[in-house]
Design a protein around this ligand. Structure first.
Ligand code: AR6
Length: 192
């Protein structure tokens, strides 16, 4: 793995609504009209302007992403994406990867230099954190390798165990990342 890809991915334990980046990603639902979890926190912190702009977007399909301004947030933009409700089917992984990829594509389209992701689908939508972490890191690394020049990606985790899981995955990439996926899976299995 290219060293610059590794150094462009960072992990932090924090409330995503407090992060100063060009865009934070919202784990939204298809209506884009707000909800609980990180979605609720983002709408509360951004203020009513965010909901007003979201009303004009016509919703969002699972795996897709849409961008708005950040209003009262320290972040300049919010990228709204809709993760899959975990069902155990292989389609879940495809859709979750699409959330990360499409959010990153939007960030590049808008010439953003920093983007922060929460653990999409890992709350109410029930995605197992370990599997989701591997998909998030893998998909992001592949994107950064091909077209991520100048973009820094933050993974923002709420809890310490989640932070440690992501750190372990990122460390295994940086140790020897000839095969990102294999390294993540091996490392995470060893830690069971
Ligand atoms: N900062 C960072 N991470 C957070 C924050 C925060 N402020 N708040 C929660 N998390 P969830 P989902 C973590 O349920 O599973 C909403 O109602 C949380 O610990 O917010 O994609 C939407 O409207 C978890 O690890 O999103 C949808 O209906 C992760 O963010 C539905 O929930 C995602 O948890 C989406 O469910």
């Amino acid at each position: 793995m290219d060293r610059s890809v590794v150094t462009s991915m960072k992990v932090i334990q924090a409330d995503i609504t407090k992060i100063e980046v060009d865009a934070i990603v919202n784990a939204a639902n298809s209506s884009l009209l707000g909800g609980g979890g990180v979605d609720g926190a983002i709408h509360r912190a951004a203020g009513p302007g965010l909901l007003e702009e979201c009303r004009t977007l016509g919703g969002c399909r699972i795996g897709e992403a849409k961008i708005t301004k950040g209003y009262n947030l320290p972040a300049l933009h919010v990228i709204h994406t809709v993760g899959p409700v975990y069902s155990g089917s292989p389609r879940d992984a495809e859709l979750l990867a699409a959330c990360y990829r499409n959010s990153l594509v939007l960030a590049k389209q808008y010439s953003l230099e920093s983007i922060a992701f929460p653990a999409i689908s890992c709350g109410v939508y029930g995605y197992p954190m370990k599997e989701a972490c591997e998909i998030a890191v893998d998909t992001t690394a592949a994107f950064l390798k091909d077209q991520g020049q100048g973009l820094t990606v933050w993974f923002v985790l709420f809890s310490l165990p989640d932070l440690l899981l992501y750190q372990s995955c990122l460390e295994s990439i940086s140790e020897n990342a000839t095969s990102t996926k294999k390294n993540c899976v091996d490392k995470l299995s060893r830690d069971d």
